[in-house]
Design a protein around this ligand. Structure first.
Ligand code: PLP
Length: 386
């Protein structure tokens, strides 16, 4: 009999009943260190007092009002995002997937309004993940996402990951935009080099093509800058944000410059924006971000040590900031399962990678403890391989 929750996920046999910062407590009382953060969602960990306060204060005041009215919390969060990014304007959504829908629509509408209705095609990259809606799977293009869901939304082509030079050849008179994650998450923690991102931004500009960045997983402080593309010193035209911006409350956004947004004329929620405002107040500060960078250096150094100790389990550490990936020589799922035995939560990704995406406020002691538990897990996997 089909379970009452549609079985679209392979779930680990774990039921967490409580969370405290970077810790999750299982129904049987075991305490797990959380290096998944709900797949890069809980940037400030579980039950963060600042976010709890923002949420409960708002919950006692006003819940949902439609976009038919001015929403002061929405306005305040939009202002914070505009003040702290390339963007001139923001539209809020509930998720990254919806942000993808709007990013695609915004790019197409822009060219339509400019008198170029033929410019509808969007160039993406292999290994991408942009959400599971019809536009999201078409934009990503991978067979794992698209098989059986045809006919797909037309107008998407895909290049090999990192083939920036290929973009020049792929652009035609019909190209509206290029879409890329500065660090691929689901694709296996694959950062694009700063030089390549600069080159891509240049190619887009030269050819009158919009650049859409998907920072749903790598944004909101995850790489040690508020947004990952800042490392390359470029600015996109349109950017998708979600996950971390709500700190665990469902919230997404599309940020855009005035020009790219100009085709859009004419929903959201006071609660989510109140939490998002508190996330921004905490994360978008130089002290917080420099601490993310310091901790990322510490974590990475410890992981490099682990890779050196267990060559039969790990091949390399990669990623940016606290968006780290352990490319495995063993099966990544064996590492993830052994980590569960060591009471540690990690997340698998494509390309045989184990993702390390802790809350950004994880402490130094928790990083040491996490590496200790990962060491235990690696020893178990190595012993089973022998
Ligand atoms: N884009 C990227 C890069 C993602 O990692 C995800 C989710 O994993 C999405 C889009 C979809 O976001 P959401 O799950 O909030 O719909």
């Amino acid at each position: 009999m089909i379970p009452s929750v549609l079985p679209t996920y392979n779930r680990a046999p774990l039921s967490f009943v409580k969370g405290e910062g970077a810790w999750m407590i299982e129904a049987d009382g075991r305490r797990f260190l959380d290096l998944g953060a709900g797949i890069a969602v809980n940037v400030l960990g579980h039950a963060n007092p600042i976010l709890v306060e923002a949420l409960t204060t708002q919950a006692n005041k006003l819940w949902h009002v439609s976009n038919l009215y001015n929403i002061s919390e929405q306005q305040a969060l939009a202002d914070k995002l505009v003040d702290n990014s390339f963007a001139d304007t923001v539209f809020f959504t509930n998720s990254g997937t919806e942000a993808c829908e709007l990013a695609v629509k915004m790019a197409r509408k822009y060219w339509f309004e400019k008198g170029h209705p033929e410019k509808v095609e969007i160039i993406g990259f292999d290994g991408a993940f942009h959400g599971r809606s019809s536009a999201g799977i078409a934009a990503a293009g991978g067979e794992k996402l698209t098989k059986g869901f045809g006919p797909l939304l037309p107008g998407f082509t895909h290049l090999t990951w990192g083939d920036v030079a290929g973009v020049n050849d792929a652009i035609s008179k019909k190209t509206a935009a290029v879409i890329i994650e500065p660090v691929q998450g689901e694709g296996g923690i694959r950062p694009i080099a700063d030089d390549d991102l600069r080159e891509l931004a240049h190619i887009c500009k030269e050819n009158n093509v919009l650049l859409i960045l998907d920072e749903v997983q790598c944004g909101v402080g995850r790489t040690g800058k508020l947004f990952a593309h800042e490392w390359a010193g470029i600015a996109p035209d349109i950017m998708m944000v979600a996950k971390g911006i709500g700190g665990g409350f469902p919230l997404g956004a599309v940020l855009a410059n005035e020009e790219a947004a100009s085709g859009m004329t004419a929903g959201t929620h006071a609660l989510a924006c109140a939490v998002g405002g508190a996330v921004m107040d905490t994360v978008a500060t130089p002290d917080f971000l420099s601490d993310v960078n310091r901790k990322a250096g510490l974590f990475r150094q410890k992981l490099e040590g682990l890779v050196a100790s267990y060559p039969s389990v790990f091949e390399e550490v990669r990623g940016a900031g606290l968006m780290l990936g352990l490319k495995c020589t063993a099966l990544n799922m064996d590492v993830v399962n052994a980590a569960y035995d060591a009471e540690l939560v990690t997340v698998p990704a494509a390309d045989n990678v184990v993702r390390i995406l802790p809350p950004l406020n994880i402490t130094d002691d928790e990083i040491s403890e996490a590496v200790h538990r990962l060491d235990k897990a690696a020893a178990q996997v190595a012993a089973n391989k022998d």
